[in-house]
Design a protein around this ligand. Sequence first.
Ligand SMILES: [Zn+2]
Length: 388
Amino acid sequence: MDKELFFILPNDCSFTGFWRGDIVRVDQLRPPPRKMFMPSLYLQGKGAIYHLGQKALPYGDKAFVAGGKTALSVAGDRIRKSLNSSGIEVVGWNDSVKECTYAVINKLVDECRHCKGHFVIGVGGGRAIDAAKTAAWKLKVPVMTVGTQCASNADASGEAVIYTDDRKFLEDLLLPRNPVLVIEDTEIIAKAPLKYIVQGMGDALSCRFESEAFAKARQKRGDGEVPTTAALALGNQCFQSLMKHGEKAANDVKNGILSLDVVEIIEAVKLSSALTFENSGCALAHALHNGLSKTGQAKGEHGEIVAYSTIVQMAYEGRPKEDIASVVRWCNSIGLPTKLAKLGTPSRQALRQAVEHACEHDRNGRNMPDKLKVPDVLEAIARVESEF
Ligand SMILES: [Zn+2]
């Protein structure tokens, strides 16, 4: 490797205009190389959690475990058992991670440093996992993740969403590396309340449409930052899986059955959607979600608002009516909102503010092939409200 051909981008983990601060060959900057970020090992299955110790051992024998109270009350004993049976000592344990703020992250950094953990294991939902990933990055140690519910696709990704102390969105961090190990124990995830897997499906619904828009936008601009064909294929696979298995999976989780449909949906959300969004980009669906959330008038969880906003993106793109109708039917079948009335009916003024944010200020909005125009997006919303 010729060192002179390489330099390191500012690695402040904020958006640099490239996908992530890392080492880039100077002679390949224009166009940039295709990239694919992914975890070193993704392990999904009934009892997968018992493999944690064995798979973690190559990274050290002192574990620092961080997660939410509920998550660790469910999975904590199994985590300890697995680590201990592989000769890994649990040197630190924090079961009070509720938010992903710098206050929480810095606390985890201090605790792990104090107990000399060789790696961090993040356990639970998106915020706890993101806090653990960011703390590990600051400590320059590997991170492993253990999902306990299916609302979030944070486990396999190297990105983290940071919030302010008053729970407002602060920034997306693009961490230099992904978790080295992702454990998804289907038995634990399938027993979590139904709403989580429904929300996870709502968020995952966006990845095919946003990655396609992102790819078109990049091709159109000719700057070469196109996603890999693999990432786009995963987005498509994720969508097919949601349509085929989603309704049955939701029913099975409601009835406490760990069926093949549930297993397929866990993979679609936890692996396929994570690798798609991370290796392409978000677009109108997440831009509108962010706008609606900012107004404070849209009631709903992340995945619920994203599902509605995905239908709006489909209408905005002029997708065939029957395609939109079938997604709307699917959302209705699993209890995802398809009308603003299900999101608390934001006022006309709030809706306009949300759309203005999506079109003018949100960086995801810039990932659409054409510049978003407020009247066009408002019209797409009106179509979703009246035609489907
Ligand atoms: Zn999302």
